[in-house]
Design a protein around this ligand. Structure first.
Ligand code: SP5
Ligand code: ZN
Length: 337
C-alpha cells in the first residue's frame, strides 16, 4: 500500500506534558513515527498542496496563530515549550489578545499539547502527507493508501488544538475529497479516544458521516465529547455516530461495535472511507485501557475491508512505541486483503 511520510514530521518534539499532576516526558514522540516507518518499509514524500486545503477546514486566524505563536513566546522572553495555563470556560467574549498566554488560551482545550519551534512546519507537512495519500485513491485509483501522519489530528477542531493534535489531517483530507468530486465521505475513527475535533468540524453536515468507537468520555479524555446521544445537528442530524465502550473492552466487544459502525457507514453509501487509525486500543498502551492484542488488528482491518469503497488510512494515536510497527502493519494487511 502506498505510504506517504515526510521527515519534517519528526522535528516536532515537545519535551513534556502535564500528566497526572506532573510534567512527564511527552508520549506523542517522534519515535512513534520511526517505529512505524521501520515496519512499513518504502514511503514516498508528500507533494505540496499549499495552504488552501488547510484553510478550507481550519480558521485562518488559528492557522496564523500556529505559525507565529512560538516566535512570540520567545520574543516575550520565555524559555522551553509554549504551554497554555488558562482556558476560557463559559460565555467569554471572542477576543484578539496580544498576550501570548491569552492567545494560547484562546486556541487550546488542554495543557498537554505544547507548541515548539518546529510545530508549524511539522503540522504543515503532516497535512500535505494526508493530502498526497488522498491523491493515491482519488486520482490514481488505488484501493487504499496510508498517510503516516504524526503529530495526530483528530482532536483538533476548526479553531482549536488539543490532545497532541494541531491540524486535523483526516478532516483536511475529507474536505479535499469533497472538493475533488466525492459526494459523500465517511470518516471511521478507531482511535481509543473520541475524535472530538473531527466531530465538531462536520457536526452540522450531511455530506460527511463521522463514526467513532472510543473509551467512554465519562472516564476518559477528551471528557466533553463522544457520548452516544451526540448524533449531529441540523442538516447533520444522524450523520454522527458515537459508540463509547468501557475500560477492559477486548476484541469481542470491540469487533461487535466495529461491525455496527461499518454497516452504518455502508448504509451512508460514501464515495470514500477515511479511517482515523489509533493503535492506542492496544492492551499495553501506556495511557489507555482497552485490551486488544497485536493479533487482533488484522481482524479490525478485515472488518473495515468489507466496505467496497476506496480507503485512506490516516494515523492518529498509539503510544506503546515497541508494538506500533507490528500493530500498524497487521491492521494495514487486514485492510488491504
Ligand atoms: C491522538 C491521541 O491519542 N491523543 C490522546 C491525548 C490524550 N491526552 C491525555 C491523556 C490522559 C491520560 N490519563 C491516563 C491516566 C493513567 N493513569
Ligand atoms: Zn488516542
Amino acid at each position: 500500500m502506498r505510504t506517504v511520510f515526510d521527515p519534517r514530521q519528526l522535528t516536532h518534539a515537545p519535551e513534556n506534558e502535564l500528566h497526572n499532576g506532573a510534567l512527564t516526558p511527552y508520549f506523542e514522540s517522534p519515535a512513534r513515527a520511526e517505529a512505524i516507518l521501520s515496519a512499513v518499509g518504502e514511503t514516498e514524500p508528500p507533494v505540496d498542496h499549499g495552504r488552501a486545503p488547510i484553510e478550507a477546514v481550519h480558521d485562518a486566524r488559528y492557522v496564523a496563530f500556529l505559525e507565529r505563536v512560538y516566535g512570540e513566546w520567545r520574543a516575550d522572553g520565555r524559555k522551553g515549550d509554549a504551554i497554555p495555563y488558562v482556558f476560557p470556560t463559559r460565555g467569554q467574549r471572542p477576543n484578539d489578545f496580544k498576550a501570548v498566554d491569552g492567545q494560547l488560551a484562546n486556541y487550546s482545550f488542554d495543557a498537554a499539547t505544547p507548541i515548539v519551534a518546529e510545530t508549524w512546519e511539522a503540522a504543515y507537512w503532516n497535512a500535505q502527507t494526508a493530502l498526497t495519500a488522498l491523491d493515491g485513491v482519488m486520482k490514481s485509483g488505488e484501493a487504499s493508501a496510508f498517510a503516516l501522519c504524526r503529530p495526530p489530528g483528530h482532536h483538533a477542531g476548526r479553531d482549536y488544538m488539543g490532545g497532541y493534535c494541531y491540524l486535523n489531517n483526516a478532516a483536511i483530507a475529507a474536505e479535499a475529497a469533497r472538493s475533488q468530486g466525492a459526494e459523500r465521505v465517511a470518516i471511521l475513527d478507531v482511535d481509543y479516544h473520541h475524535g472530538n475535533g473531527t466531530q465538531d468540524i462536520f457536526y452540522d453536515r450531511s455530506d460527511v458521516f463521522f463514526a467513532s468507537i472510543h473509551a467512554n468520555p465519562a472516564t476518559d479524555f477528551p471528557y466533553f465529547w463522544g457520548r452516544a446521544d451526540e448524533r449531529g445537528e441540523g442538516a447533520g442530524e444522524g450523520a454522527t455516530l458515537n459508540r463509547p465502550l468501557p475500560h477492559g473492552t477486548a476484541a469481542d466487544g470491540y469487533l461487535e461495535a466495529l461491525d455496527d459502525a461499518v454497516s452504518l457507514v455502508d448504509a451512508f453509501a460514501p464515495d470514500l472511507v477515511i479511517v482515523s487509525f489509533g493503535a492506542d486500543t492496544y492492551e499495553h498502551d501506556p495511557i489507555s485501557f482497552f485490551k486488544l492484542t497485536v493479533d487482533d488488528y488484522a481482524a479490525l482491518g478485515e472488518r473495515i475491508a468489507k466496505l467496497s469503497q476506496p480507503k485512506l488510512v490516516v494515523m492518529e494515536g498509539g503510544y506503546a512505541v515497541d508494538a506500533l510497527g507490528e500493530i500498524t502493519t497487521r491492521f494495514l494487511e487486514g485492510l488491504s486483503g
